[in-house]
Design a protein around this ligand. Structure first.
Ligand SMILES: C[C@H](O)[C@H](O)[C@H]1CNC2=NC(N)=NC(=O)C2=N1
Length: 113
């Protein structure tokens, strides 16, 4: 099995299937720090990362911007002093696609680079 962080984000077109609840539970085992949330009926993955200051949190957000552009899939990022909150979901399908789990794993691997 390819680990999520090594997978590529496949194109996610309108009408692509959302991940089922049982698939989500299984995929979450590979990204245990992430929480499944629901906002306005849209399921999303969210994780808060802690940093020593604002500049480090901002630098992390910029690295995440680079991999997001490379993969064509983009997160919500809230940068505050000492933390960055990252949220992944697929706008085109108003929910979670496997891409979101792949991107969450890639986000985690930025920290271990
Ligand atoms: C045309 C472009 O690839 C699409 O609009 C992409 C851009 N980034 C995206 N990011 C996310 N998170 N969901 C999307 O549906 C999405 N669509």
């Amino acid at each position: 099995m390819t680990t999520l962080s090594q997978a590529s984000c496949e194109a996610c077109r309108i009408g692509a299937p959302t991940v089922s609840d049982s698939e989500a539970t299984e995929l979450l085992q590979q990204i245990p720090e992430w929480t499944l949330i629901e906002i306005d009926g849209i399921k999303q993955l969210q994780r808060q990362y802690k940093f020593k200051n604002f500049v480090l949190a901002m630098a992390f957000a910029n690295e995440l911007a680079e991999i997001s552009e490379a993969e064509g899939h983009h997160p919500g990022i809230l940068v505050e002093w000492g933390k960055a909150t990252v949220t992944w979901w697929s706008h085109s399908i108003k929910g979670l696609h496997r891409n979101d789990f792949v991107m969450a794993a890639k986000t985690d691997s930025l920290l271990t680079k």
